[in-house]
Ligand binder design. Structure first.
Ligand code: ZN
Length: 333
């Protein structure tokens, strides 16, 4: 059995707030006088049955987000996320952020994006891995708001913005609302990467692909129920960003055995493992690979294949991708 930390990989599903170290959030909470939920402070990741829903998850997330207020805080969170990812073998990280949480602290959306994009580039240089930023809006956003954020993302495409996402509870919106915003992003060469298919069914996933031109789907696990949707995902080479430790807390699966990575593989659909929100779920990137090994019996070659798929589905420049793929081959030899 090979060491999974040394397996080169790309990390395509990590939220800025959810990437934070608990120690950092506690320090910032003290500084700003924010009281954090007891479950977050005590690292209670067991998730009693009654806690298994979106609202508890969201309340922990919101409390953490309220501690990130200054440019210094954002730069620190991003730098630490990049350091922690690099330590887990990630050679390319795509960090996702909904800028609406930060624009009021920084005097506007453009300023917030400017700071976050610069922080990513600075951290990438300092740590020595590639970093891209995905700008996301909530599924509950208006089409106008989504178009506005997509427009800013498009303007910063040359500054390390690599994708346009739709995040939060996907039951809040309909793919049809975001056709225009997605087109703005795609026209600028950005990937469209919506969350879908954890609370919604496979039709929602399918509409994200057919209406929005999604290249990757955040989660999308309900798609395994539909051979037809699986066929569309395989044909269009859409990659599913699967985050094994997210589904129990969200109440969408009840055991890690159920995480449908092998089912996607059998259908010829690519999967990239992600950590989503390690601050809330307690497991970073390597832990996601470890779970598949320990719980589902994935062998090293299958885990190397998942790493390859993460690199191929990423926006990493060709040279970076080639280097990572060669590293994966060497690891798997
Ligand atoms: Zn997510």
């Amino acid at each position: 059995m090979r060491e999974l930390r040394t397996l080169p990989k790309a990390h395509l599903h990590l939220h800025l707030t959810g990437s934070a170290r608990l120690a950092t959030i506690r320090e910032l909470a003290d500084q700003y006088g924010v009281s954090l939920p007891v479950a977050l402070v005590n690292e209670e990741f067991g998730w009693a049955d009654g806690d298994r829903d979106w609202s508890d998850f969201q309340s922990r997330y919101d409390a953490a987000r309220h501690t990130i207020r200054s440019e210094r805080d954002v730069r620190r969170i991003i730098r630490e996320a990049v350091e922690d990812d690099a330590a887990e073998g990630s050679g390319w990280l795509e960090l996702q952020v909904d800028p609406s949480s930060y624009e009021r602290h920084f005097g506007g959306l453009d300023q917030a994006v400017e700071i976050m994009a610069d922080a990513c580039q600075e951290a990438a240089r300092a740590v020595g891995i590639g970093v891209g930023l995905v700008l996301a809006v909530s599924w509950g956003s208006s089409p106008e708001r989504a178009e506005h954020v997509a427009g800013v993302a498009a303007r910063y495409a040359h500054r390390g913005i690599v994708g346009f996402g739709l995040s939060n509870d996907e039951r809040l919106g309909e793919p049809g609302t975001f056709v225009s915003a997605s087109r703005i992003a795609r026209d600028a060469g950005l990937l469209v990467v919506p969350h879908s298919g954890y609370y919604t069914d496979h039709f929602h996933v399918r509409r994200c692909v057919e209406l929005l031109g999604a290249s990757r789907i955040g989660h999308g696990i309900t798609a395994v129920a539909s051979p037809e949707t699986l066929e569309i995902l395989a044909q269009r080479q859409v990659t599913m960003e699967i985050c094994p430790t997210s589904y129990l807390p969200l109440g969408v699966l009840f055991s890690l055995e159920e995480v449908p990575v092998a089912a996607f593989a059998r259908a010829g659909v690519s999967v990239a493992l992600g950590a989503d929100d390690p601050l809330i779920v307690g497991t970073r990137l390597v832990g996601q690979y470890e779970i598949l090994r320990a719980v589902q019996g994935f062998k090293d070659q299958a885990l190397a294949n998942l790493a390859r798929q993460s690199v191929r589905a990423s926006t990493a420049p060709a040279k970076v991708a080639e280097r990572l793929l060669a590293g994966i081959d060497a690891w798997a030899q």
